[in-house]
Ligand binder design. Sequence first.
Ligand SMILES: [Zn+2]
Length: 245
Amino acid sequence: MTHSLFHAANCYGRFLAGMMLINVVSTANAQIAKSTLADTIGFAKDLRWIETKLGPLKACDQLKAIEVQYYSFADPAYTQVDTKTLYSGILIVHACVVADVQAIFDGLRRDTFPIAKVIPINRYGLNADTTGWDDMASMADNNTSAFNYRSKSVSTDPSKHAMGLAIDFNPLFNPMMRREGGNTTVLPAAGRYEKGRSGTLTHANILKHLERRGWSWGGRWPKPQDYQHIEKSHGRCMHFDFKSK
Ligand SMILES: [Zn+2]
């Protein structure tokens, strides 16, 4: 069971307050919520501000708030993986990729791949110029998120995040790196990519969960290398013919 963020006929319509689990894991482990549906309160109001800058969001009635479950870290410095506690959080994605996203999280959970936190992007507030929610703040907080109505960080093209078709994981361990001239821009600025560190995406630990579902990893892109980013890039659904970058 998933939740529409907006009434189908009106983006700013009813906001569903109830919460049902889409993916209940049978486990003796303790479970702690790092975010809940209540964290999306204010989402529709924020979106109205963003739309005054970016225009109407086409996919607004196709977004779903889903609960994902994951392992995380035992310490604030993110050095120890905690395999005794399951955490849960709300991820906002396109309706057509809900099953893919749950399967990807199932795979990462089976691998005890740690995720720092999953908090809806609206909790980080809007950009200063209201052209999206504050992705810089979310990345700096090492937050894993999906939907954000914003352009790409490197151009004004709409991002796949604006359709709920992309997810960024553990940005501090998986920064976006853009080399231009002799300079490298690293986002978030405090991000470092070190292959051996827990929570870092690599060919070996992420591609097996992506490729057969038509997803790809930004760590393979030549420019920018976007290690935190995965997106739906192949196949089609009733709304999209997915194209790779
Ligand atoms: Zn991304």
